[in-house]
Design a binder for this molecule. Structure first.
Ligand code: SAM
Length: 210
């Protein structure tokens, strides 16, 4: 499959909807984020191994979660479990705002070799690299140095949404994260109140942390 066939399929099946997210899928090439041995499979709609028992997520899952997150130019977003760096770089494309010169992705990965892999991969996008701060650590604590965030997204499944993420989210902000085999969307409507939505039937690697 080629990139345009993958994107056309994601649009036809309703996973990709928003012109800017579709533009991001065209601009940030999944092939740049998969290991050498799998370059020929980069546009298959399947997760692919990236080493250390981890995967680059399935394109339909990334499309579905980004459409739920609704990233906007100028926002500061926390990306937990950066893995290959594909979703992190898609997010950088979506928040980069030439006019107001803001927009930032704070990304956290717990496996040093994968952090390095993501750094190498995003280097192919020199205009997006400065938008991202990539850190090694346990993302289940969020990243208090950069809080509060407009949005938080995770690529590994927790047993429940960590309290730190809820605390580090701005009022009016949104979390999109897997919990067990569902995707949960939480909209923060006041300091203590969240409106939840749940989408069933997904499969994620576990969030390994506190
Ligand atoms: N978005 C990624 C991509 O585009 O390649 C998907 C990566 S994979 C599905 C999930 C990642 O979460 C793995 O790289 C894993 O090491 C990482 N991870 C798991 N638990 C974590 C934690 N507590 N803190 C940070 N990263 C974590």
């Amino acid at each position: 499959m080629d990139k345009e066939t993958l994107i056309a399929g994601l649009i036809k099946d309703g996973y990709l909807k928003t012109p800017r997210v579709i533009e991001a899928f065209r601009a940030v090439d999944r092939k740049d984020f998969v290991p050498e041995a799998d370059k020929n499979s980069a546009y298959e709609n399947i997760p692919l191994l990236i080493g250390y028992s981890q995967t680059i997520s399935q394109p339909l899952t990334v499309a579905f979660m980004l459409e739920l997150l609704e990233p906007r130019g100028g926002e500061k977003i926390l990306d937990i479990g950066s893995g290959s760096g594909w979703q992190m770089t898609l997010l950088a494309f979506l928040v980069k705002d030439e006019e107001i010169k803001t927009g930032k992705i704070v990304a956290i990965e717990r496996i040093p070799e994968l952090k390095k892999f993501a750094e190498e991969n995003i280097s192919r996008y020199p205009d997006l690299k400065p938008v991202v701060r990539l850190e090694l650590g346990d993302g289940s604590f969020g990243f208090s140095d950069e809080a509060p965030f407009d949005k938080i997204i995770a690529a590994a499944a927790a047993e429940k949404i960590p309290t730190a993420w809820k605390e580090q989210l701005k009022i009016g902000g949104r979390i999109v994260a897997p919990v067990k085999d569902s995707i949960i969307v939480l909209d923060k409507i006041s300091k203590e109140e969240f409106t939840p939505r749940q989408y069933f039937g997904f499969d994620f690697v576990p969030l390994i942390g506190a």
